[in-house]
Design a protein around this ligand. Sequence first.
Ligand code: PBG
Length: 356
Amino acid sequence: MAIKFGRPLEPKVRVVPVKSEARAKEAPALDLTTRPRRNRRTDWARRLVREHVLTPDDLIWPVFLTDGAGKVPVESMPGVERLSLDEVVRAAERAVHLSIPVIALFPYTDPALRDADGSEALNAENLVCRAIRAIKARVPDVGILCDVALDPYTSHGHDGLLRDGVILNDETVAVLVEQALVQAEAGCDIIAPSDMMDGRVGAIRTALDANGYTDVQIMAYTAKYASAFYGPFRDAVGSSVTLTGDKRTYQMDPGNCDEALREAELDIAEGADMIMVKPGLPYLDVLSRIKDEFGMPTFAYQVSGEYSMIMAAAQNGWLDGEKAMMESLIAFKRAGADGVLTYFAPRAAEKLNKQS
Ligand code: PBG
């Protein structure tokens, strides 16, 4: 599929020239000591005073996996494809080439392998584990991050165990601990619990340490909101068809911000090395407060719906996709993020590398 991205817009409004010559002469000079525009006048001056910059080192690239061959386009995410094992190794090579430090792996699990308890998550030969091993064997210099949650594996699409309409907390944590160990065993560098169960970071840290994985990092999905912006991701991993109900009993309420600070405090106390806010742009206030309060390595996830909104508008010629991409990414840095998980990662890195 040809992707229109960053097509220059046709100017729709004509600027009518005013009879400016005469007016300009009449206008009285303002007696201004400070003229902020002086620092914006030239490209070099703008670069000189720029407060925040984006580099490829700030990017984490989420990729989707498929058991089949080649690449399978994700319709609701133009430009994003599910990748076979061969292709994901190629993507990892591309990440290294572009100086993207980490790729994040998300499996599309064969529906026949999904069950009520998500047991495929614990299969040491599942798609994610095979991808980790394939990448580690061929591309040892890229970091690998894996989600810990059951939603790609459960027949009901929830992140945890469901009994009589309720997501069980402690029972789910016991399974997530096993999932984390299976991924660490396969060679995953960063375990990222995205399930929002209480106490899971501590339980996973304890189990990793007890099994000799003291160097495996944890990036906690700390403030993960129950969001409509995950829609295209659920298409990509095949859980939009399976999901029954919503995730509001475990993901956070979009009306809350103080609660995110309490979640952050817990995750840090339980041993998180890095914390994350998700979604991204609609929650920059949360990101900013968490970063200010704790000074932890703090990440934002520019989620699938945010990506697709920009792509859809760009494909319609309604905005310049490339500029919107770069502007959205610098916004995360400005709000205090140390890095961003974004489907734009390879495209943004390519652009940044060309500039330098
Ligand atoms: C799974 C998970 C989700 C995302 C990341 N991990 C979806 C969800 O919680 O329903 C969303 C990422 C995106 O939308 O790009 N727990």
